[in-house]
Design a protein around this ligand. Structure first.
Ligand code: GTP
Length: 887
């Protein structure tokens, strides 16, 4: 996807297309020119070749002509010898004939004349130079072609026969024959045989090599001699289509023919001999003959091909350079467009400055940055320098001086410039040396200027925001080097005025010796893998103190795991210390709870169990481990308890109690009592939780009950003591005051002559008698009645809800029972009687009642003892019918 705007033409593609077209046209022209050139070259070569061939033909024809003349003369010599010998045979004697024959043989080159034969008109051999044997072996030549050629037709001209293999000389020979005439009549034939070898030798001397050949043929095209392959050629003929055989009237000519003898294509010229019927053919090896020409033409072609290749290479190079140039041009144009766009998009103004002249050049954006049009500002250095903020002037000049003096290759920095409106704008300037004089002195500085006011303002805002953060914020590189920090981080980690920025974590000594570095490496791995990490980790602050931080790390670029990492550190040292203290306190608390004799359960403000000891579970017989209850909320806890326990556990909440503490006792059975104490944990008016304390108070309760029982019981008889009895009397009086109709009686009883028993049997026996009397009293009374020992041998009894008569009857039964049941003692059975004073139970004062009952008792004693006496109230109540002493 192009990042160029749609309105910007993409010249990087357009221009090379035109260039390609131009190159294609150039190549078309080049190819056409080369085609024409090569066409003409080929035509020229064909023409030269044709001329060369004509030269060859001419040369062959001339040679053939010369050879024809030569061989015509040679054959003429043989013919002359034949005619001369014929004359000598006819006119001279045999010796003269033989002499001339010898002369003729020597006149011809050696080996040329093979044989001379003379036959008569019938063909009978008359003479043979081979001797008598040959003549005898060949008695007649009538069948020979030369005899028939002369004989029947009396041909007088010379006849040349086809080559024959002479069996005597073992050579190929050609017979030249003439008729012998006598008186104008046929008188026989003379045949002179010439060796084909001699003829061939004559040809071979001229054409010794196998390339160019010459041959002698007769009119029928039969070979008579051959310069090279005589043995193969003799007996063979030229093809029937050869012009020698077809154009019998022509004397010379030429033809091309691939000779079957050696398969070489040759250009032949032929020439008939002027006198004799033989033809000389001369063949030039076409390839060899044309070799020089072909070599020249080939060299010429090679040179042309080389030239063409060179031309094409040059064309290719030119095309490539042309295209490259255009592409570079297009690319440069596109880059220029892009640069312009980039400058525009980045709000970059451009400028240049000549230090020598002080002149500056700037573009429209540079001027616009300061609020001016391009032509509104003078192009002098003062235009720029006079607008620099005084506070920035020094470092700006220093940067430029360093650049001019070669201390730096480029310079950049941020400073303020005064806008036309008077306000200051922050700019970021970059520049470098653009041109130097020959001596290396800078003569032009060029650079860019960008308005970064918004970024500076944003950076300042960001810095301010970061600095206001209570957390320490630091940007770390992937090599754990600090890139930037906020003021809080600088305050914590910048020791002794050392800026932590640019320093490594180890260099700053941030790590605490006992900290687990491997854990931190795992945190980094988590961060890389998951995009963030949160952990608690100790680091040293500037003073060397180890502090705990809640660290949150995120990569600055979520897409790049290797990007810088932003760490936000919140100091949690106090919290960690508090947690440690809390953990210690909790441990102490747990230790305490485990040693506390009772059960403890602690809930937080929301009712969740935060602590519980095992004793709690044991006392409530929960059958679970204490730890299993921690974390349960109140409802869940109730489900673990039975109905009884959950009831008291619900109690405070159900009543919305605001009590500070409450204790209840829970009976877990006849022998077990638990004290459950509910203690709210309150700070000011807030309830922070509550504590349940459960104690087993069974023993205490039993002890208290025993003490109570001992306090109200007569230890000897087991009956309630006087105080307890008085309490019962008070209760009975109160009851009768509320319900007088119910009635009731008070009895006072005294054992008769008890002193005697003591005196007679001893005190312990007396005690046994007392216990016996008490038991009789207890068993004689009703369930609702109360008896007690008033002191010594004196007893009392309160009988509520009974009328006087029934009360008196009951008292009488008691008296009789005791009197009729002797006490079993260590001294044996001892009879004992008791006197009883009875008075109705009224709402009167107890002392008054006692006084009345005591009076009745006194009366019973005085009446003789062992009897019941009744004492009525003095007033109010009428005297009952049965008032008096009963026995
Ligand atoms: N063994 C014994 N003797 C007791 C006890 N308390 C009082 N006594 C004696 O009881 C006797 C009471 O005697 P008295 O008051 O004279 O009365 P009595 O002998 O019963 O004569 P009457 O009451 O008139 O019939 C005294 O001798 C006391 O010492 C006791 O707890 N045990």
């Amino acid at each position: 996807m192009s990042f160029l705007p749609a309105s910007v033409p993409d010249r990087s593609h357009e221009t090379p297309r035109n260039a390609t077209l131009i190159v294609a046209l150039g190549w078309l022209a080049l190819v056409l020119a080369l085609a024409i050139h090569w066409s003409q070259l080929q035509a020229s070569h064909r023409s030269q070749l044709q001329a060369a061939e004509k030269q060859i033909q001419l040369r062959a024809a001339e040679t053939a002509h010369a050879l024809a003349v030569q061989f015509d003369a040679l054959i003429g010599n043989a013919d002359y010898i034949a005619r001369h010998l014929a004359e000598r045979w006819a006119g001279a004697g045999r010796h003269a004939f033989l002499d001339d024959l010898a002369l003729a043989r020597s006149a011809l080159p050696e080996g040329t004349l093979a044989h001379v034969l003379i036959a008569d008109p019938r063909g009978k051999v008359l003479f043979s130079s081979a001797g008598a044997d040959e003549a005898a072996a060949t008695p007649s030549v009538a069948g020979r072609a030369y005899f028939q050629a002369h004989g029947p037709e009396h041909r007088t001209r010379a006849f040349i026969s086809e080559p024959l293999f002479d069996r005597f000389t073992r050579q190929w020979t050609i017979q030249l024959s003439r008729p012998l005439l006598r008186d104008g009549h046929f008188a026989g034939v003379i045949a002179v045989s010439i060796t084909a070898e001699s003829l061939s030798l004559a040809l071979r001397r001229i054409f010794p090599g196998p390339v160019d050949v010459a041959a002698l043929v007769d009119d029928d095209g039969r070979y008579l001699a051959h310069s090279q392959q005589m043995d193969e050629a003799l007996g063979k003929s030229l093809p029937e289509s050869s012009p020698i055989r077809t154009e019998r009237n022509s004397h010379s000519g030429s033809f091309a023919w691939r000779t079957p003898l050696d398969g070489v294509l040759r250009h032949f010229a032929w020439q008939r001999a002027p006198t004799y019927p033989v033809t000389v053919i001369h063949g030039l090896d076409k390839h060899e003959a044309l070799r020089p020409v072909l070599a020249v033409l080939r060299e010429n072609s090679t040179q042309n091909a080389f030239g063409t290749a060179l031309l094409i290479l040059v064309a290719v190079a030119v095309s490539a350079m042309f295209l490259y140039g255009h592409r570079q041009g297009a690319r440069l144009a596109a880059m220029a467009d892009q640069l312009e766009l980039s400058l525009e998009a980045g709000g970059l103004g451009t400028w240049s400055w000549e230090p020598d002249t002080g002149k500056i050049q700037f573009d429209e954006r540079w001027a616009a940055m300061l609020g001016y049009a391009e032509d509104e500002l003078p192009r002098q250095a003062s235009t720029w320098e006079s607008r620099i903020h005084p506070a920035d002037l020094q470092h700006t000049r220093q940067a430029l001086d360093a650049l001019l003096q070669g201390a730096s290759t480029s310079a950049e920095g941020e400073y303020r410039l005064r806008h036309r409106d008077g306000h200051w704008i922050w700019v970021h300037g970059r520049c470098r040396i653009a041109a130097r004089a020959r001596d290396g002195r800078p003569v032009q500085v060029a650079g860019t200027l960008q308005n970064v006011s918004a970024r500076v303002a944003e950076a300042r805002l960001r810095t301010a925001l970061l600095d206001q953060s209570a957390a320490a914020i630091a940007l770390f590189t992937s090599t754990r080097e600090i890139r930037s920090v906020n003021s809080r981080a600088r305050e914590i980690f910048g020791s002794g005025g050392i800026d932590p920025v640019g320093r490594n974590v180890r260099e700053l000594g941030l790590h605490v010796e006992w900290a687990d570095l491997q854990t931190m490496n795992q945190h980094y791995a988590t961060l890389r893998a998951g995009g963030q990490v949160r952990c608690e980790y100790p680091l040293r602050d500037a003073s060397g103190r180890a502090r705990w931080f809640d660290m949150h790390g995120t990569p600055s670029d979520p897409e790049d795991p290797d990007s810088d990492i932003v760490w936000t550190l919140i100091d949690i040292t106090e919290r960690r210390e508090a947690e440690t203290a809390l953990a210690t306190e909790r441990l102490r608390m747990i230790t305490l709870l485990e040693r506390y004799p009772g059960g403890v359960l602690m809930e937080d403000g929301s009712g969740r169990v935060v602590m519980v000891n095992q004793k709690f579970c044991t006392l409530l017989a929960l059958g679970v481990e204490a730890a299993s209850l921690e974390g349960l909320d109140h409802v869940q806890l109730c489900t673990r308890l039975d109905e009884v326990h959950s009831r008291w556990l619900h109690l405070p909440d159900s009543e919305h109690s605001i009590e500070k503490r409450r204790t209840i006792e829970v009976n877990e059975g006849p022998a077990k009592t638990l004290a459950v104490e509910w203690v709210p944990i309150v700070r000011d008016t807030d309830t922070l939780g509550r504590v349940w304390l459960v104690r087993d108070i069974s023993e205490r309760k039993q002890r208290e009950a025993e003490l109570a029982r001992l306090a109200t019981t007569d230890t000897l008889t087991g009956l309630p003591n006087r105080r307890s009895f008085m309490a019962s009397l008070d209760a009975a009086i109160a009851d009768v005051r509320g319900h007088p109709e119910r009635g009731g009686v008070l009895l006072m009883m005294d054992i008769d002559h008890f002193k005697r028993i003591n005196d007679s049997y001893g005190h312990p026996v007396g005690d046994a008698v007392l216990q016996h009397a008490a038991e009789v009293i207890r068993s004689s009374l009703r369930q609702t009645d109360s008896a007690g020992r008033l002191g010594g041998e004196e007893f009392g009894a309160v009988l509520p809800a009974i009328n006087l008569q029934d009360g008196k009857a009951l008292a009488e039964r008691l008296r009789r029972t005791l009197a009729g049941r002797p006490a079993s003692t260590d001294a044996g059975k001892i009879e004992v009687s008791i006197s009883i004073g009875l008075t109705p139970l009224t709402g009167d004062d107890p002392n008054l009642l006692f006084s009345r009952a005591d009076r009745a008792l006194y009366a019973a004693k005085n009446s003789g003892r062992n009897r019941v006496s009744v004492s009525q109230p003095e007033k109010a109540l009428p005297a009952p019918a049965g008032d008096g002493v009963a026995q």
